[in-house]
Design a protein around this ligand. Structure first.
Ligand SMILES: [Zn+2]
Length: 294
């Protein structure tokens, strides 16, 4: 698909589904005007970008996520790093859908550069009669820009999850993958029969990197216990599955791998350089997938 066409497809998809949005300032419904702006009845106006995404973030909010991190994540993702995770989530969605066919709405809350949502949607469409509409929300403009440029099968929106610019009780599934949650907003946005699927890292997630970065520091031992307890206090836990696999690195992946992971934020330059020089050939992915209901 040509670049211009993809951008138009994004705007068209958004226009056909304008009811999914709500104004982040006054919570009013939004209308797409001239395929150019989403406008509420109080005239709060959010323009579509050239790439067809919409920025609904109040001015002044900054994020520490950077373009390079998203580029690294996409590169890693393209190498099949998250294939088993995408297969697991799409399988859960197919299994948990209340009917075997028809439209389902999936929100990826904290979608980053969008490769996971797009891949999950593709797998659902391939393996079932469901017709998934994906909505990717992220506070990072860089992430959403990259998503909208690449993937035309979803709606992409820059917004703050703490005050999500999306209507209430409409999503059949909300995904929250390796990124912070906002349970009050998840409750509000989930349809009555809806499911929250949250993925969190377990103690051996990228342990090969963790061992180098956090050798002899208290950050080395990670526990998902608190996250699980918070989840259980907000949502009814319907399922919990551990997903563990190893990925073989066939070429020097260390740089994007280090870029991709927020684990590296707290490390020293010396340890980063040490990690870059290591001939690491396998890394461990260790995750828990939680399914919850309101
Ligand atoms: Zn408004």
């Amino acid at each position: 698909m040509s670049k211009n066409k993809r951008e138009r497809v994004n705007a068209n998809l958004l226009g056909k589904n304008e009811e999914i949005f709500r104004c982040p300032l006054c919570s009013g419904p939004m209308k797409l005007v001239h395929f150019k702006s989403l406008i509420c009845k109080n005239h709060h106006c959010y323009d579509l970008s050239r790439q067809g995404y919409v920025n609904m973030l109040p001015h002044g909010l900054q994020t520490k996520y950077q373009r390079r991190m998203f580029e690294a994540r996409r590169m890693i993702s393209r190498k099949g790093f998250f294939e088993p995770l995408m297969a697991k989530i799409s399988g859960l969605i197919i299994q948990q859908s209340k009917s075997p066919s028809g439209r389902i709405k999936i929100l990826d809350a904290g979608c980053g550069e969008g490769s996971l949502l797009s891949g999950i949607q593709e797998k659902i469409a391939q393996n079932s009669a469901l017709d998934p509409l994906g909505v990717g929300l992220d506070i990072s403009k860089e992430g959403i820009y990259m998503a909208a440029k690449e993937y035309s099968n979803s709606i992409w929106c820059v917004g703050d999850l703490a005050k999500a610019p999306l209507a209430s009780q409409q999503f059949d599934f909300i995904l929250n993958i390796l990124t912070p949650a906002n349970y009050a907003e998840f409750c509000r946005m989930l349809a009555p029969h809806g499911r929250l699927i949250k993925v969190l890292p377990e103690k051996d997630y990228l342990k090969e990197l963790r061992n180098i970065f956090y050798e002899r520091t208290n950050k080395q031992i990670y526990s998902s216990h608190n996250t699980l307890n918070i989840f259980k206090s907000k949502f009814k836990l319907l399922g919990l599955e551990r997903l563990r696999y190893r990925v073989t690195l066939d070429e020097p992946w260390m740089e994007p791998l280090i870029q991709m992971t927020p684990l590296s934020w707290g490390t020293t330059e010396e340890r980063r350089i040490k990690a870059l020089k290591m001939d690491l050939r396998e890394v461990t992915i260790d995750l828990t997938v939680l399914v919850g209901a309101n």
